[in-house]
Design a protein around this ligand. Structure first.
Ligand SMILES: *Cc1c(COP(=O)(O)O)cnc(C)c1O
Length: 385
């Protein structure tokens, strides 16, 4: 018999049963009244989840499609862009801007650390022609949460009108992010992270400043054109066939998200993250991120002499627990435990029970229950933000 799987990767994340059932409803006419009512309702819910008063656009695409949409709708070829990659996803964002013809400067930050306001303001002060800054809210490849509020304010202190484009794909709902209050221009989210949905949808929040930029932006675009989308959304539709099943699922997921409330969601993620870090350290393992630890996932360095790949493989084969490896240059250096979206405290307890046994079996003996007791203590402690 194959083992029951516990999916503990930072996306795709587990999907609740009621969302799964919603996905299996029969098709409807995407130009008919039922669909229009459904779309209008989910767009209103997305605005609340995004903490924005402006309509949120939905495209059937993975998160990367959303990043591309943010770039091509805001910029023209040759525009100056300051990218702030702190890991693989930040690199991808910069690469998209480059591919589309922007002139990209990268602020260099070692992986495992957040970008600093000083590094960003120094880069902008030397490049007054910069049109846009690219930021990553939560860098999923390293497990670091950038301070977007401070970085946006720092960028504006140098260039008040600069566009701020934010990859919030794995951070939104796990940590606070306020596009309107913090002056963010395009904010991108993705369905398979904390939203408790399968992959396939990207969501974009767009500020009035981004709309002004959009009118002048000349990068080529068709499918991801904000204007076409806005025009169609005004009638409760999309220009092209929407992913109807995922929209059904989104309606149910939004009910869960808004029912819990954003502050409770941030706190839940923070509590799980703190408990995970405490358990990792109690097992004598080290965290890869050095500061501003992510509330969405935890990146872990294996003990001396053991490989991250072997630990992951044993977790999966012997215990049905699936954790992620690293990405890019740290592919086999770390493993990553996702604790975002529909993940419970019981899931974390199961994961650490399995990890304790895997470590012991692999020759890094740990006292049974030592990680678990640290985990339980933190979970009971009631974290505050
Ligand atoms: C998941 C993720 C993406 C997008 O990945 P897709 O595979 O295209 O959905 C981008 N940025 C971050 C920070 C992510 O976590």
């Amino acid at each position: 018999m194959s083992l029951k799987q516990l999916l503990m990767i930072p996306g795709p994340t587990p999907v609740p049963d009621d969302v799964l059932r919603a996905l299996s409803q029969p098709m409807i006419n995407h130009r008919g009244p039922e669909y229009i009512a459904l779309q209008n309702s989910v767009v209103a819910g997305l605005q609340t989840a995004f903490q924005t008063e402006f309509p949120v656009q939905i495209y059937p695409a993975s998160g990367t499609g959303g990043l591309e949409a943010a770039v091509v709708n805001s910029l023209s070829p040759g525009d100056g862009v300051v990218a702030c990659p702190v890991g693989a996803f930040g690199d991808r964002f910069a690469e998209i801007a480059e591919t589309m013809g922007a002139s990209v400067h990268r602020v260099a930050t070692p992986w495992g650390e957040p970008v600093t306001c000083e590094a960003l303001t120094a880069a902008l002060a030397e490049r007054p022609e910069t049109r846009a800054v690219l930021l990553t809210h939560n860098e999923t490849s390293t497990g670091v949460l950038n301070d977007i509020e401070a970085l946006a304010a720092a960028a504006r202190s140098v260039l008040p009108e600069v566009l701020i484009l934010v990859d919030a794909i794995s951070g939104m709902l796990a940590a606070d992010l306020q596009p309107d209050a913090w002056g963010l221009d395009v904010v991108v989210a993705g369905s398979q992270k904390a939203w408790m949905l399968p992959p396939g949808l990207t969501f974009l929040g767009i500020s009035p400043r981004a709309w002004e930029a959009n009118a002048k932006a000349r990068m080529p675009r068709f499918y991801f054109d904000f204007k076409r989308m806005a025009k169609s959304m005004a009638t409760g539709q999309t220009p092209y066939t929407p992913a109807v099943s995922l929209i059904y699922g989104l309606e149910v997921a939004l009910g869960r998200i808004l029912g819990e409330g954003l502050p409770a969601s941030f706190l839940r993620h923070e509590r799980m993250a703190r408990a995970t870090r405490a358990a990792v350290e109690a097992l004598g393992l080290r965290l890869f991120a050095r500061s501003r630890h992510s509330p969405a996932l935890t990146s872990v360095l294996p003990p001396e002499g053991l490989s991250a790949r072997d630990i992951r493989s044993a977790l999966r084969k012997d215990h049905g627990v699936v954790v992620a490896g690293g990405q890019g240059p740290i592919k086999d250096t770390i493993f990553r435990i996702g604790h975002l979206g529909y993940v419970s405290e019981a899931d974390l307890l199961g994961t650490f029970s399995a990890l304790e046994r895997v470590l012991t079996a692999a020759g890094h003996p740990v006292e049974p229950g030592s990680g678990l007791s640290a985990l339980e203590r933190e979970l009971a402690g009631g974290a505050t933000l």
